[in-house]
Design a protein around this ligand. Structure first.
Ligand code: ZN
Length: 147
């Protein structure tokens, strides 16, 4: 983690937050640099998740850290959803706004990591919630859409 930079987080009226992000062809040096910078920016902003469109980059990448170290998701696809729970959510792109959102409590996700390894894994509870929130960003969807 040496070549990172602090990225500018776009706010809710920025059009890049409403675009459908493009699939990543291959995780190479430039993608890894972006991922490192996204993790750094997420930590600096004290967020628990950050998606590439939030820093103005239309790529299907997001990072999450619930306090146990970062997770990187490239080209994620949610294959299965179970359960439903309402909870207030915030967003780095919407400071001071909280929206009550119903999310699945258990999900099966297919994704690639920062080393180009493919995974298929089940996530539950808060991790499942944050994945669904960040995945919405890749589809141009924001929490205010649930209000
Ligand atoms: Zn968000």
């Amino acid at each position: 983690m040496e070549n990172y930079t602090l990225l500018k987080v776009r706010l809710y009226d920025d059009p890049c937050l409403r675009e459908e992000a493009k699939p990543v062809k291959d995780v190479g040096a430039s993608e890894r640099l972006l991922i490192q910078s996204m993790i750094y920016t997420m930590h600096q902003m004290q967020g628990i998740g950050l998606a590439a469109p939030q820093v103005g980059i239309s790529q299907r990448i997001f990072v999450i850290d619930l306090g146990h170290g970062p997770f990187v998701f490239v080209n994620p696809v949610i294959l299965k959803k179970e359960g439903g729970l309402a909870m207030d959510e915030g967003c780095l792109s919407m400071p001071n706004i909280n929206v009550n959102v119903v999310r699945a409590t258990k999900i099966l996700v297919k994704y690639t990591d920062e080393s180009n390894q493919k995974h298929e894994r089940t996530f539950e509870n808060l991790m499942a919630r944050v994945i669904q929130h960040e995945n919405d960003h890749l589809n141009g969807r924001l929490i205010i859409d649930y209000a």
